[in-house]
Design a protein around this ligand. Sequence first.
Ligand code: C2E
Ligand code: MG
Ligand code: MG
Length: 618
Amino acid sequence: MRTEPAALILIVDDDLDNLRVLSTLLTDSGFRVLTAKSGQDACHKLGQITPDLILVEGMMSEVDGFELCRRIKINPRFQKTPVILIIARNENQSRLVELNLESVDYLAKPFLPIEVLIRIRLNLQLLSLTRSLHESTNLLNQEIIARQIVEAELYTLNQDLEQKVIERTQALTLVLNELQLREEKLTYAAFHDSLTGLFNRAWLMQYLSEIFEQEQPQLGHAILFLDLDRFKSVNDHLGHIVGDKLLQQVAKRLQNCIEPSHKIVRLSGDEFLIFLVNQDGIASVETVANSVLQQLHIPFEIDKYQISIGVSIGILPSTLNYQQPTDILRDADAAMYQAKRSGKGCYIVFTNEMQLQTLKRLQLEGELRQSIEKNEFCLYYQPIFCLESQKIVGLEALIQWQHPQKGLISPDQFITIAEDMGIIPSLDLLALKLACQQLYQWQQELQCAESLVIHINIAAAQLQHLDLVEQIQKILYDNHISPSAIRLEVTENAFINGSSIVTQVLEKIHDLGIKLCIDDFGTGYSCFSQLHTFPVDTLKIDRSFTKNVNASVESAAIVQTLINFANSLGIAVVAEGIETQIQLEDLQKFGCEFGQGYLFSRPLPIAEITNFLRIQDS
Ligand code: C2E
Ligand code: MG
Ligand code: MG
C-alpha cells in the first residue's frame, strides 16, 4: 500500500536555538523538516524545493519574517502554501493587517509546543482541503470543457447531419422526380407512337378493354379504320425519311378532321384508326370519313416533292354488341379491305354480309394452309399466240386450287391470301415443278413442244430470297428442262420496288438463261425510264389497257407508246386479256407481236391444252 510521505516543513529563524527546538519538535511529530537560518537562506532554498508549510520567525535581522512572507507570496508557486508567522504577543497588529496575505497565519509567542503542532496540522489540513478542492475544481473544469467540446462536436455533428439530411432529401427528391418523369415517359412511350405522337395499338387495346369493363353504355362508339393508298410506293421510291414525314403530316391532317373527344391511333405502318366516342347514327361518322378523304386527297408538299396519296376507310358504325377488342378491329379491317377492293380512295361501312365474308376468308385461309400437303393444286395453261402467224409460242401456267367441296378455285381468289399468309413461295415452286414435269412430257410426245416457252408467275416477295435461284435450277435439272424453255413473270412493282437483293436475284435468274417477263405492265408506277436496266426480254401489257384499246384514246396512245418503246429496246410485247376481234386488230395495227386472251383460249386443263398443241403439231 502506498503511504503519503510526511509533510515537508521549512522552518526559518535566525535564532539557532529556536530553530533546533522547533526542528526537533516537528521531526518528533513525524514531519520532514528543512531549516533556513535567515530570510535570504530561506529564499535561496525555496528556489530549489517546495515545502508543504513554512514556519517563519517574524523578528529576524536583515529580511524579517514579514518581508519574507511578502516575497514568498509574490511567487505564484507558493500562493497556496501555508505560511505561519511567529510573532511576539505584543507585536504591532497593524503590520499583520498590512500584510493581509492569503494563507498566512500567525502564532503568538510564547506558545506551547502543542499549539504549534495544532496550528501546523490545521494549516496542512486546510492546504490539503484547498488542494483537493482545487483538484476537484480542475477536474470539474476539465469535465466542463470536455463536455463543452463534446457538445460543440455534437452540435457540429448535428448540423452536419441536418445538412446531410437536407442534401439527401433534396437528392432523393430529385431522383424521385426523375423516376416519376421517367415513368411518365415510359408510360407515354408505351402508349404512343414515337413518330406521330398519336396513340398506338397498345393504348387502343387497353382503352377498348376498359370500355368493355364498364357498364353497357347507351350509345356505342364508331370506328374508322384507315389504310393509306400508295404509301408503300412513296416509301419505296422516295425513301423512308420522306415516308416518315408524310406520316407525320397525315397525322396532323387527321387531327383537323375530329373533335377533341375523339381519338386517333396509329396502328402500324400506314394504318390509322379514328375512335369516335358516343355516336348515335351513321350520319356524323360519314361526315368525319368524308372530311378525312378530302383532307388526305390534297397533295402533300414534302421536301421538294409533291405527293398525292389517298386513303381507304372501313367504318364500323357501332361498337355495341361487341365483346372483344380484336373483333372490333377485325370487322373494321374487313370494311377497309372492301374499300381497297372497291378501287381505294373511298369508305365502306361494315355490314353483316362482310362479317360472313371475313369468316369465309378465315375459313379459306385455314383450308389453304393444308391444301399444299393435300396436293390440291394443278395447273391450267393459257396459250400465248404470235398475233401474225396465229401460232402458239408459249403457255402461261396458272395455278388452280381443286377444292374438295368448292370445286376449282381460280388464282385471283387465293393468290393474294396466300401472299398475305406467306405460303406463296411453296405454291410458286410447286407451279414451276408441275410445269416442268408437264413440259418434259410434252417434249417427249409433241414436236411443237420443243420450241414452247412456259410462262410461270412468281410472286414479287419471292425475289427477296437469294436461294430462289438454286431452287429453280434444281427443279429444272431434276426435270430435264432447259432454262431457255422457261419465262418467269414478275409484276411490274417488283422491279420498281426492288431492293439490291431483288436485282441480284433477277440477274442470277437471267444468267441461268431463264427469260424474264414484266407482268401487268402499266398497273404500277410505270418503270419506263428504268426498263432498259432490267434483264427482261418480254413485257406484258395489262388487261386493263387491252380492254380499252379500242374504247379510249388515252389507252390506245399508252399501248402504242409502250409497244414502240419496248420494240426500240428489243423487248417483246405480249398483250394479255384479248377478248374481241377489234382489240386484236388494234393491237396488230400498233405492232404488238404476241397476245393471249379469251378470244383465243381461256386457261385450259392439261388434256385440252394437249389437244390444242396436237392440232398445232399436225
Ligand atoms: P396474270 O399473270 O396476269 O394472269 C392473267 C390472268 O388473267 C389470269 O387470271 C387469266 O385467267 C386471266 N385472263 C386471261 N385472259 C383473259 C381475258 O381475256 N379476259 C379476262 N377477263 N381475264 C383473262 P387468273 O388465272 O385468275 O390469275 C390471276 C393472277 O394470279 C395471275 O395474273 C397471276 O398474277 C396470279 N397467278 C396465277 N398463277 C400463279 C402462280 O402460280 N404463282 C403466282 N405467284 N401467281 C399466280
Ligand atoms: Mg402472268
Ligand atoms: Mg397479267
